[in-house]
Design a protein around this ligand. Structure first.
Ligand SMILES: [Fe+2]
Ligand SMILES: [Fe+2]
Length: 337
């Protein structure tokens, strides 16, 4: 018997099977049966919404208190431009996250996922205005982004499916933001920013959890063609991150941060997010292995360690060797953790 072509995820098929109501509301949204795993994820998603409300912080008050306690922003003149350039990415990334979470709050249908996305909308609005106010206090609010950075943000903002938006924002871009926050705090670059970012990080952890908890339901029942399209897109987005890293490299170096530190920590945070997703789904995703090898290859090719040969054949050889022997190297991470 020829298998029935399955081109749509189960959730989408459920939606398409429904008779169209007069009013554009999913009146039958509570009549959908859930598996035990979906019910468990729903309980956790609902909790994310309530946590978001309980832990909401007053951005204006927090920033004012930090500025007063530390006597304003304490940053050497020669580092101001680099912090401004790196946090321009965060500022506009927060607006991207705000727009994407608003789209998720609108489109996600199970009540609990919609609630969690709605809580995220409030968090991202707060992050955007607080980062705007911080940059204003630093001197001026940046109104420009490099082309490679714009490419990374628009890759997810303009993705053609809601699954890509959820995966791209919660499991790829958010871990990158967390990487920068972690490095700035660890380097003790500037006390106001370092303390402010602790508040951001607490909120961002809930946003990653939304992706981890809701994506399994969206991926479930996905056909080979849909899954392939999603993962090809994901690999393309990972590649785009390297061009962004190259673009931001001078600013990291101005702050005394080697790009390999950023790559190692970013790799760890993105792998961790993907691993949490795999644990929820219960099956391996080959894209994680590809990501790890591609990351190790590009790290050697584009950002050789100090003292290593910089000619192209040597970098290529080192990249291929790193990709072939790529593994979960915890030791590499200890130096940046
Ligand atoms: Fe945010
Ligand atoms: Fe976020």
């Amino acid at each position: 018997m020829t298998p029935r072509p399955r081109l749509l995820s189960r959730t989408l098929r459920r939606i398409l099977r429904r008779p169209r109501p007069e009013v554009p509301l999913p009146l039958d949204m509570f009549s959908v049966e859930r598996t035990a795993q979906e019910a468990r994820a729903a309980r956790k998603l609902e909790k994310l919404y309530h946590q978001g409300q309980r832990r909401a912080w007053k951005g204006k008050d927090v920033l004012a208190e930090l500025l007063e306690r530390h006597g304003g922003i304490q940053l050497p003149d020669e580092q101001v431009e680099a912090v401004r350039a790196l946090f321009a990415v965060i500022l506009w990334g927060e607006l991207a996250a705000w727009k994407i979470s608003a789209a998720l709050a609108d489109e996600l249908e199970p009540l609990e996922a919609k609630m969690a996305a709605t809580a995220q909308v409030h968090d991202e609005a707060r992050h955007f205005y607080v980062m705007h106010d911080y940059l204003e206090a630093l001197g001026s609010v940046p109104s420009e982004l490099g082309p490679a950075t714009q490419r990374v943000l628009s890759g997810t903002l303009e993705a053609d499916t809601i699954v890509k938006k959820l995966l791209g924002m919660q499991l790829m871009i958010e871990p990158l933001a967390l990487t920068l926050f972690h490095l700035v705090r660890r380097m003790k670059l500037e006390p106001v920013l370092a303390e402010l970012l602790v508040y951001f990080e607490q909120d961002e952890a809930r946003h990653v959890a939304l992706g981890v908890l809701h994506l399994p339901q969206m991926l479930e029942g996905m056909r080979v063609r849909e899954a392939a399209d999603l993962h090809v897109w994901q690999i393309r987005e990972y590649f785009a991150q390297f061009a962004m890293m190259k673009e931001l490299e001078p600013h990291f170096r101005a702050l005394g941060i080697h790009p390999r530190q950023v790559i190692a920590l970013g790799r760890q945070k993105q792998m961790l997010a993907m691993q949490m997703l795999i644990d929820e789904i219960g099956v391996d995703l080959p894209v994680v292995e590809v990501f790890r090898r591609v990351t190790d290859f590009r790290a050697e090719l584009d950002f050789p360690e100090e003292g290593q040969p910089r000619d192209f054949p040597s970098r290529l050889r080192a990249g291929l060797a790193a990709a072939l022997h790529s593994a979960e190297a915890e030791g590499v991470l200890s130096e940046v953790a």
